[in-house]
Design a binder for this molecule. Sequence first.
Ligand code: NIG
Ligand code: FE
Length: 417
Amino acid sequence: MTLFSNIECLVTVNANGELFKVGAAMQDLGVINNGAILFDEKIRWVGSNNDVDAAIVDLHLGNDDVEFVDCSGQTVMPGFVDSHTHMVFAGNRADEFARRLQGVPYTQIAAEGGGILTTMNAVREASVQELYDVAEALATSALMHGTTTIEIKSGYGLSVESELAQLEAIELLRETHEARIVPTFMGAHDVPPEFKHAPDEYVDLLINEMLPKVAEHNLAVFVDVFTDAGFFTVEQSTRILLAAKKLGFLVKVHADEISNIGASAMAAELGAVSADHLEFTTESDMDAMLTAGTVATLLPGTAYTLRLPYPPARKMIEKGLTVALATDCNPGSCFTENMSTVLSLACANMHMSIEESIVAATLNGAHALRMSNSVGSIEVGKLADLVIYDVPSYSSLVYHFGVNHVWSVWVGGEENV
Ligand code: NIG
Ligand code: FE
């Protein structure tokens, strides 16, 4: 058993067993000043440092059974849950980034056969080991920045063989990496050039070959689709997601990122677990998502990188939507694995409070992966995914931005960084 004692600022994100927080409850981080936590693989006790001796007796522990970690002057929080990334890829798009800085739109680069297709070409050339190596380095860096659960999407292979290679790399990472890895199949990320003139045939391939193979080999929990102008229509996306649901997958949608063609409304109608991006989402879309219980996953690093308008986070929180924050880590539209930076962008540019941003990046992110019964907050019975920051208060993570305040990272009660 490990004891974190004398924690100056213990942020529990306690939800009293609820699976997410909305509205005014997002202001409540369940902070305990001078707190303590007892844990093995799971959290066994959380409370005030003054009560820890009694807790040790209650748990029938002797002093020799407990390993002490003194957290004086430090902050402890649940590990971040990054519920939206594209970390398995190959190659580099720094040149496209530089062109975009000079004003060339993302959509123009995509229409020229660049963007996602640039990465597709690199991924098709890469071995599973090479894909794994890129993802491993990024996941390790994410962990060192306080992220303990990471969702990763395929979607840069866009052929049966290459999508499966990406998913195999993700599976290898899931088996070997210290962070918790959650796999998503996103064969509908773009239409590959060989189907450019017959996109519906690619949709057929996806439904008839790719999805059944992914299901057969148990390579994904979620299926995601990029529903937007120039990518997949609502009709095509609906076909794919209905087929995915039939096979038992949970579904997500890249929605309203570069335009609004009805993607988030479709996500709500299909009972998607989350709709992600939402830069161009309308109030009626939000109402539909609220009714459906679809999580609004916001990716302010993408709006920053692509100079898009930021999603209307305040309106979403006011309406009572479950708002989550994630990195979108990918080589094109947002190349960061640092969740603290995402929190800073969310607060500065989407007018979220520091407290709301932390709830969105922990408990609500976990809910966007349907994992908030086991991670996302520091509550008795949940997994001990804990991060110690060398700052006296959680506000420093957002206030003192652009640097890594992580002191150590624990996943399932084991110290990793
Ligand atoms: O989430 N929107 C679609 N997909 C990614 C971008 C991927 C890329 O440009 O490589 C996104 O922003
Ligand atoms: Fe994305």
